[in-house]
Design a protein around this ligand. Sequence first.
Ligand code: ATP
Ligand code: MG
Length: 344
Amino acid sequence: MPSRCYTICLMPGDGIGPEVIGSAREVLTAVAGMSGAVSLSFEEHRIGHEAYSEGLEPLSETAIQAALGADAVLVGAVDTVSFPEHVAQPTRTLRERLEVRASVRPSRNLRGVPSRFDGVDLVVVREVTEGLYAGIEEYVGQDEVRAARVVTRAASARAARVAFETAARRRKKVTVVHKLGALPLSDGMFVGAAREVAREFPDVELELRNVDACAMEMVEHPERLDVVLSTNAFGDILSDVAAGVAGGIGIAPSACVGTHGSYFEPVHGTAPDIAGRGVANPIAAILTAAMMLRHLGEEGLAVAVEEAVERVLAEGRHLTADLGGNATSAEVTSAVIRQLTVGG
Ligand code: ATP
Ligand code: MG
């Protein structure tokens, strides 16, 4: 009899979202079934632009309550460009309601995925509530604009805690990204908060790196990086660099860790050019599901899913077009499920 039960809120979203979330759900069901100890109950809620265009709310209060009540939330992708300006973006609302404090994006080489760089196995943890994207930008006269960069000790410490918790489960190093020479006060605050949090994690090393030097290190010696902790705008750029160095968007997972819950989402968008054809690469969503399992404390199942994905990629027989193959999403999903082995 399963002894550990989790409620998973699914928000498939738009475009290829429902296709890849369907694949992730199949893999989750299979791995939980094989474990014998875990049961997952799924609650699905429609969100996004397709729901909106059918007269539904893009993110209903019912869906928000389900997300708040669930053990974890798995999101496909939401079309962010088609909403009229007066309609709140569903993912932004979700972030606010869950009080998301950091975005977590692992990036690593997977056997079978062509990549320009070797030895990549790092995680970018990005503060996502303030910094340069705090939304404070204004004209000062006609020919000058000022944008404010907001850094608070509290938000910095929340993001830092996510980084240190992540590093404690990995190679135990946090690289704090900054530009102290140009931004001594705001980055001084950010670095100071990280140092405070570091005291609670005596086993985890903290090092400082200028953001420009860190970008270079990511492409020259990515193997030296474990967890990279960054303010909002620097992290936006660095997390795309990190995804790019390790094989691209079809395999890149991410998490948004919040105070009232966390949601998990592949890095890719709705991919309107391939939506509805059953050819989207489901691996990003499947690896996102693995991240979610790890977050739930189900490390063994997370590893089982990741290893199954790696075997399918290394074998190279069931790959979607973005990885040079001609398999459908369903074929890749079945191949991953066939490769699952739990607890052995
Ligand atoms: P959005 O506005 O929703 O972010 P987008 O088109 O800007 O959509 P993506 O959806 O990430 O950005 O797509 C970028 C490119 O990557 C597209 O050519 C798309 O087909 C491709 N792509 C994205 N995700 C996948 C996937 N899972 N499998 C295969 N190709 C993908
Ligand atoms: Mg996009």
